[in-house]
Design a protein around this ligand. Structure first.
Ligand SMILES: CC(C)(COP(=O)(O)OP(=O)(O)OC[C@H]1O[C@@H](n2cnc3c(N)ncnc32)[C@H](O)[C@@H]1OP(=O)(O)O)[C@@H](O)C(=O)NCCC(=O)NCCS
Length: 177
């Protein structure tokens, strides 16, 4: 990733570019992009929310990550809480930095950009651990998270309106490797 710069991203200003990356990396319809746009802008108003971007030398955004300190009153946290509680892990909802989104454009994947984005954003977190959710199937994302020290805290987590179940994963900070 020699020619790719990773640094702070003004995600509110560049939300459309970021969602274009997410749409092709993760697969979002135009309707889903419109819904995500509202959600991202709302998230950015939360205390401690921040984003990093990966850009080419000519300024094209090819990857991004954003997250925030977990807040138990947020929708995501209220959905995962009963699953974590069942497994005895609901204390992970306190003192955790949540990775809300991480996406790298397919033409730029496998160049350690995703790894750099997530390790960089968590490196500046005040929290002692990090949590996230990922579709509950083997994928590059799940492989990356495991390599960084994330382990499964809950599986088969159902988010209303999401077609596939998710796994919730957590790691102590700083991340490994
Ligand atoms: C997950 C994602 C962000 C990773 O970004 P990336 O820049 O390609 O990842 P990296 O090059 O930093 O890879 C880091 C590790 O991930 C794993 N990985 C990446 N691509 C992989 C693949 N195709 N198959 C298996 N493992 C893979 C490797 O273990 C790699 O480890 P290594 O660096 O020791 O070889 C990217 O694949 C992506 O955007 N996927 C689609 C969207 C998505 O699923 N986002 C996550 C939502 S939870």
């Amino acid at each position: 990733m020699d020619d790719i710069a990773v640094g702070p991203l003004d995600l509110a200003r560049r939300v459309d570019e970021a969602l274009a990356v997410q749409a092709v990396a993760f697969g979002l319809t135009a309707e889903e992009v419109a819904v995500r746009r509202h959600i991202v802008l709302r998230h950015l108003a939360c205390p401690g929310a921040r984003a990093l971007g990966a850009t080419t030398p000519d300024g094209r955004l090819v990857g991004f990550v954003y997250g925030m300190p977990n807040d138990r009153t947020h929708w995501w946290s209220t959905v995962v809480e009963p699953y974590l509680r069942t497994n005895g892990y609901d204390d992970w909802l306190d003192g955790s930095f949540v990775i809300t989104e991480l996406h790298v454009h397919p033409a730029f994947q496998n160049r350690r950009i995703g790894r750099t984005l997530i390790t960089s954003i968590t490196a500046t977190a005040q929290e002692r651990r990090s949590i996230l959710s990922a579709i509950d199937k083997e994928s590059p994302a799940r492989a990356l998270y495991r390599k960084l020290g994330y382990r499964d805290l809950a599986r088969h987590v159902v988010f209303p309106s999401a077609p596939s179940p998710y796994a919730v994963m957590g790691a102590e900070l700083p991340l490994q490797g």
